[in-house]
Design a protein around this ligand. Structure first.
Ligand code: DHK
Length: 149
């Protein structure tokens, strides 16, 4: 009799203001909504046999709690920390604490934008960083996590 294997889950984390995707500065962030991104991430993950739990919050502590919550249950994290990318040692420390593989995603090419967006506290604890690829970046992040043993 075969054993039913537990599903492999990834955590998708989106930070502040990303709930407004679709209407927020569409020239910078595009017209795709967060719901559409979450749906496409789930579909991409399913092609790899992965399931996705998605969280978005405008509150740093809620993002940290979600990251902590993944530590024994998920195989990796895809995160767009929004503006917390450039400010939050606490989110970086949370990602380091859970010791899961992390892929950092930005819809826009932060390096082509204002100087204050060029530094990321998260990149130093990420396996990979994808910036400027729009919503496709999230799907590629899933591919990267799925490719890990
Ligand atoms: C999203 C944000 O909200 C900004 O604060 C970052 C990032 C860039 C993005 O491109 O997805 O600077």
């Amino acid at each position: 009799m075969g054993r039913v294997s537990e599903s492999r889950r990834i955590l998708l984390v989106n930070g502040p203001n990303l709930n407004l995707l679709g209407e927020r500065e569409p020239d910078v962030y595009g017209s795709t909504t967060l719901a559409e991104i979450e749906q496409s991430v789930a579909e991409r993950a399913a092609t790899h046999g992965l399931e996705v739990d998605a969280v978005q919050s405008n509150h740093e502590g809620e993002l940290i709690d979600a990251i902590h919550g993944a530590r024994h249950t998920h195989v990796g994290i895809v995160i767009n920390p929004g503006a917390f990318t450039h400010t939050s040692v606490a989110i970086r420390d949370a990602l380091a604490a859970v010791a899961l593989p992390v892929v950092e995603v930005h819809l826009s090419n932060v390096h082509r934008r204002e100087e204050f967006r060029h530094h990321s506290y998260v990149s130093g604890v990420a396996e990979a960083v994808i910036a400027g690829a729009g919503p496709s970046g999230y799907a590629w992040a899933v591919d990267l996590l799925a490719a890990r043993p």
